[in-house]
Design a protein around this ligand. Structure first.
Ligand SMILES: [Mg+2]
Length: 204
């Protein structure tokens, strides 16, 4: 069995970090919900779209090391690895931020994988199984090339693209319950649910 994972907002949760950075920069009131979307919506309403764009480069670059995995994500990978399940990460992101200092976002993401997705000194996912592509199209081609049995992503539009491989089961990670289940093999709201889902499969 091979399981593929998206990276941003599937393995890594940025909610706390966007909130924290926005507070540090005195851009939002403290009582705003601790969520990336709440920060974005607040800045957009305040006609601060450029600030929002720049903040993304800062968070995904300079501050990447402060981002945390969703609860249960690392534990799930450890379990899967111990069972000999093959795992890959396939993500797409620009090489550099759209605004602000030219920070290598792929390098930042790789650094995060190396320091967080570990069990002691061992990588939970081998570095040559971690792919950061620049476009959605490249991401889809990579998912197909990896021949995943399952792919987990927070974006329905990725899972539902015509290039998505037919033999890969689509699992939508939807922690904020934003989407329907249409076209998906499963819609799961937490890594605990992901774990339950696969433990059922591993049993049979
Ligand atoms: Mg994502």
């Amino acid at each position: 069995m091979r399981i593929g994972f998206d990276f941003d907002n599937t393995i890594v949760s940025y909610d706390e970090l966007f909130y924290r950075v926005a507070i540090e920069k005195q851009l939002i009131p403290a009582d705003l919900p601790k969520s990336k979307l709440a920060v974005r919506d607040f800045l957009r309403k305040a006609d601060n779209e450029d600030t929002w764009t720049e903040m993304q480069g800062y968070v995904y670059g300079t501050r990447m090391g402060d981002a945390l995995a969703y609860p249960g994500a690392i534990e799930f990978m450890r379990l899967a690895r111990n069972r000999g399940i093959a795992m890959v990460i396939v993500s797409h992101k620009t090489n550099y931020p759209f605004r602000g200092p030219k920070y290598d976002l792929h390098q930042a993401a790789r650094g995060w994988v190396e320091s967080f997705l570990v069990d002691g000194i061992e990588n939970l996912i081998e570095p040559d199984q971690v792919f950061f592509e620049v476009t959605k199209k490249d991401k889809l081609a990579r998912i197909a090339q990896c021949e995943c049995d399952f792919f987990i992503d927070d974006l329905p539009e990725i899972l539902l693209m015509p290039e998505f491989p037919q033999k890969t089961e689509r699992i939508l990670f939807d922690p904020e319950n934003n989407h329907g289940v249409e076209g998906m093999g499963a819609r799961l709201e937490s890594w605990k649910e992901i774990r339950n889902y696969f433990e059922m499969k591993w049993k049979t």
